[in-house]
Structures are given as C-alpha cells and as structure tokens.
Write a protein that binds this ligand. Structure first.
Ligand SMILES: Nc1ncnc2c1ncn2[C@@H]1O[C@H](COP(=O)(O)OP(=O)(O)OP(=O)(O)O)[C@@H](O)[C@H]1O
Length: 246
C-alpha cells in the first residue's frame, strides 16, 4: 500500500474528531472517502498532510511513518493536497500559481527555487494555457479547481489528496473534472484519496471507498457495493439530487 492509516485520531483541543480511522490506498488506486458534512473528512485530510497533528495512530506513506513530519517534508516525499475550496492564490496569475506547485516538488530541486511547469499539465487542462497571464481570482469555480489540480500535479506527486473537488462547480464541469481525475490517475500512476459527499461523482472516479460517520469508518468496499448499500445511503446526503431539485 502507498498510504496506510492505522487507528488515526485527530482532535481540536479536547474535541476528538477522527476516532481511530484505518484505511489504505494502493499505488495507482483511486479511493473515495464519503460522508456527510462535519463527520471529520477535512480534519483527516489536514492531518494526513501534516497541517494538524494526529493525536494517536500511524500514517504510513510508502511504508514509512510520516506522522511526525512537517507538511513540506510530506510534500517532498510525494504527497499533494488540493484543499476544499481550492485555495488558489487569487492575486497571482495562473502561471505563477502553477509555478508555486513546483517549489515543494521534485521538479524545482527541493527548496532551491521554482522549477518549470511540466507541459503535460496543459494536456489535461488546455484552458489553463489560454489563461496563463490571468489572475486566478478571476477564473470560474471549475477553472480554479483545474488550476488547483494542475498546481498539485506540477509537484509531480505520487499521492493526491482531493477534498471535495465537485463542490460549488457547475454540473457540466463536474463531469469533466471527474473524468480527468480518473484519467490523470491512470496515466500518471497516481494514487488518489478523494473526499466527497457527491456519491455519483465519487463512484464515477473511484473503484473502492470508505464511508465515514462521526469520526469513524462505518462501511468499506467497492464503489458498486457502497452505492447499493443501505448503510451508505443513511450516511450520505445525496448532494446531486439536492442540487438538481434546488
Ligand atoms: N478549527 C476547528 N476547531 C474546532 N473544531 C473544528 C475546527 N474545524 C472543524 N471543526 C469541527 O470538526 C468536525 C469535523 O469537521 P470537518 O470539516 O473535518 O468535517 P467534514 O466531514 O470535512 O465536513 P465538510 O464537508 O463540511 O468539510 C465538525 O464538528 C467541525 O465543527
């Protein structure tokens, strides 16, 4: 396994959010983590990336416990994170945002500076090439998500942690992004841990998944099994349906 979580606990002060989470993502595998608002998915992602410490348990990346390592060291080892809400630098141009991705990755030579952006990023997101000189804050939600993905890829990671890439994006682009995630994972030998509330998006992009509720994993299996599972439907709000009826 490329990523293995063993009984991971994460807390904000006294408040224990992730309560013994164990899961695994194999090399080149796209795995989804499903769950309603507030069950602890983002908290878990932040702790995987070293933004929050895990209070107990182990986070193994490529067989080594990275729990004690700072975020930049996890990034250097090949972990990349696209946070919820994308968080591109709004005042910087598309080109500058993409170059910022190379600073932490192998392409920039570690901390010595920015590296060139690998042209293959534009093969997935041709719109970014057209918008290179434009400030990121002026892009649409879908374009910002593509930029956030492109920036993460610029670091040439082995594992991509994606937090709700479908959130706040118009349906036609959602489908495009879902297909791109699956394609990128396949073509670049990337492992992906995809956090989603949108079951349709998650099952379209991934092959296997977990369901989280109140800080614990309550179901696991192939996405086909999960999509049929009554437990899963209890634990998910069907964002897709809500969006369509809204
Ligand atoms: N900085 C914080 N300090 C204290 N509690 C927090 C903080 N951030 C989140 N929480 C709490 O932790 C719990 C889990 O939140 P988290 O954002 O991880 O959930 P989530 O499953 O990712 O939901 P969402 O999809 O809304 O992001 C919630 O009860 C939330 O109120």
């Amino acid at each position: 396994m490329l990523l293995e979580l063993d009984q991971v606990e994460v807390a904000y002060g006294q408040s224990l959010i992730c309560q013994g989470v164990s899961l695994a993502v194999d090399r080149q595998e796209v795995v989804c983590l499903l769950g309603r608002n507030g069950v602890g998915k983002t908290t878990l992602m932040r702790s995987l990336m070293g933004i929050l410490p895990n209070r107990a348990g182990r986070i193994l990346f490529d067989g080594q416990d990275v729990s004690g390592l700072p975020s930049h060291e996890r990034a250097r080892r090949g972990m990349a994170y696209v946070p919820q809400g994308r968080l591109v630098f709004p005042q910087l141009t598309v080109a500058e945002n993409l170059r910022s991705g190379t600073l932490i990755g192998g392409t920039g030579g570690g901390r010595s500076g920015f590296g060139p952006v690998d042209d293959s990023v534009f093969g997935y997101f041709p719109i970014l090439r057209e918008r290179l000189g434009q400030r990121a804050g002026t892009l649409s939600g879908g374009e910002q998500q593509m930029l956030a993905l492109g920036r993460a890829l610029a670091a040439q990671p082995r594992l991509l942690l994606l937090d709700e890439p479908s959130e706040g994006i118009q349906p036609s682009i959602v489908q495009q992004i879902r297909d791109l995630i699956a394609r990128i994972a396949r073509e670049r030998n990337l492992a992906v841990l995809l956090v989603e509330q949108n079951l349709k998006f998650a099952t379209g992009a991934s092959t296997r998944g977990y369901v989280m509720d109140k800080g614990r994993i309550v179901a696991a299996g192939s996405v086909a099994e999960l999509a049929k599972d009554a437990v899963v439907s209890q634990h998910l709000t069907f964002v897709e349906e809500r969006r369509q009826t809204a």
